[in-house]
Design a protein around this ligand. Structure first.
Ligand SMILES: [Zn+2]
Length: 254
């Protein structure tokens, strides 16, 4: 094994967290050799290896678990951001303290999407940041970039679109849980001479990024929910059948 190219390929694959056995199988290198090269390289560059236990589904080539990923993507596009440092990235999603169940859902989705990465909660005034630490969050959310999301183009990678297409409701739920709301208003109507109180429900989604609003509308189209613009940044769902669908799959926030 004197081929420098195969050694480099082995080390590169090891650094992404693929197991020795899998590297050996994919590259046709004896397992013992993989282990030795990795041992040497890790001693020299420990920071280039993922923390023990964190398994990145993108680097491993397995792809993330669809349902929790679709939900987390919605949450990330709504109220999430990644703080990227040379050795460690932090995914942070801000959750309102009024909705403890959503906070639990968010943290559970993080754990399922990137198993092994540590998660924590940081309290602020009226809200809590749910955080997860791993250098691999930028693999999972390639939309990460400098500046605010609405100041740059937000486009899904093909693999992300495929996940949303197979679990559109999870994506919509994530977006509503971050930047949406369900409201019940009432009005009075005179029917056959009698004044009656009449309640109606609306779903709103509000985001300043036109790309993110576009993704929300695209997902609504996938599930047959009718929508319209209430104002330039606010999308409303008001039709009876569409509200019934939204109530079945999303519902009020808790
Ligand atoms: Zn990765």
């Amino acid at each position: 094994m004197n081929n420098p190219d195969i050694k480099l390929r082995t080390i590169t694959m090891c650094r992404t967290g693929v197991s020795n056995a899998e590297v050996a199988r994919r590259l046709g290198v004896p397992k013992g050799t993989v282990g030795y090269w990795k041992f040497q390289d890790r001693a020299r560059h420990p920071d280039l290896y993922p923390p023990a236990g964190a398994k990145c589904p993108i680097c491993l080539g397995t792809g993330p678990t669809d349902r929790p990923y679709s939900y987390l993507l919605g949450q990330y596009l709504g109220d999430g951001h990644i703080i990227a440092k040379p050795r460690q990235h932090t995914l942070s999603i801000t959750c309102c303290d009024d909705y403890p169940v959503i906070m639990d859902d968010t943290q559970r989705a993080m754990v399922r999407v990137l198993p092994g990465a540590n998660t924590t909660r940081v309290r602020r005034t009226g809200c809590t940041d749910v955080k997860s630490y791993s250098a691999h969050w930028t693999c999972l959310f390639p939309q990460h970039g400098p500046g605010m999301k609405h100041t740059r183009e937000i486009e899904l990678a093909d693999w992300q679109s495929e996940i949303v297409e197979s679990h559109p409701w999870e994506f919509i739920r994530g977006l509503i849980h971050s930047d949406g709301c369900r409201i019940t208003n009432w009005t009075e109507k005179v029917i056959a001479g009698e004044r009656k109180r009449y309640e109606y429900t609306r779903y709103f989604f509000s985001n300043v990024s036109s790309d993110i609003r576009g993704l929300y509308c695209w997902a609504l189209d996938l599930v047959g929910v009718e929508w319209r613009y209430a104002n330039w940044r606010n999308i409303s769902v008001a039709k009876k059948n569409s509200i019934a669908l939204m109530d079945l799959h999303v519902g009020p926030k808790f």
